[in-house]
Design a protein around this ligand. Structure first.
Ligand code: DC
Length: 216
């Protein structure tokens, strides 16, 4: 199976690029961040504090996660309930970053991701795919851009959906999430030694996708 790992910080354009490559190559796209977001949604729904490792591990024992594709769009079902529409809600980004630091959560998600990669040609985007989930894949990319450029893109995305947002607030959130994701103890956000580094600050989406496809 072909497994393409695209890691990097929040807002670097990983999901846009990963989706485009998957479409061009006829592979499946697996958004691993959505899996951590789904756990955060489930905890919040159950009134569990995402920072309380014990409570999170208890609820996790009852969680069954399914990943399905409807019209080529990834949906996540938790215990049979489709939580996809809730994954991008405002408070979920930070909650997902917080819940993802617990080893019990990561072990369960990584098991599903490895199983998926074993069965399918897949482009996975995340934080630890090249370093921890699939260390043996030959196709590893680390995609980033300056925090300012990532905040600018995020602001444009929000404005496109009719939401207004303050640039400085977004920039601070992005920096905080970078710190959180790269300083957790277990499988932090980090470039794999053998990953190809891409700074997309001055590149278009198509240029990044072509750059990656040329290296497959
Ligand atoms: O890519 P995203 O913004 O949807 O990810 C949400 C959070 O999930 C991110 O802040 C950290 C966590 N995450 C992770 O720890 N490992 C991954 N492979 C993907 C995401």
């Amino acid at each position: 199976m072909i497994n393409i790992a695209i890691d990097g910080p929040a807002g670097a354009g990983k999901s846009t690029i990963a989706k485009l490559i998957a479409k061009k190559k006829g592979y499946i796209y697996l958004d691993t961040g959505a899996m951590y977001r789904a756990i955060a949604v489930w905890c919040i729904k159950a009134g569990v504090d995402v920072n309380d490792e014990k409570a999170v591990s208890q609820i996790l024992e009852t969680v069954e996660m399914d990943i399905v594709y409807i019209d080529n769009v990834q949906h996540i079902l938790v215990c049979g309930e489709d939580v996809t529409s809730k994954l991008r809600e405002n408070n979920i980004s930070k909650a997902a970053s917080d819940v993802s630091k617990h080893p019990c959560v990561r072990v369960k998600m990584v098991e599903l991701q490895r199983l998926f990669a074993k069965k399918h040609d897949v482009v996975l985007d995340g934080r630890d795919i090249g370093t921890y989930v699939l260390p043996d894949t030959p196709y590893k990319f680390f995609l980033t851009a300056t925090p300012e450029e990532r905040a600018r893109r995020r602001k444009l995305d929000l404005e496109k959906t009719g939401q207004s947002a303050d640039f400085n607030v977004i920039l601070e959130e992005i920096k905080q999430r970078d710190y959180n994701d790269s300083h957790r103890e277990f499988a932090p956000l980090k470039q794999a030694d053998d990953a190809v580094f891409i700074d997309s600050s001055d590149m278009t989406i198509d240029q990044v996708a072509e750059f990656i496809i040329d290296r497959l």
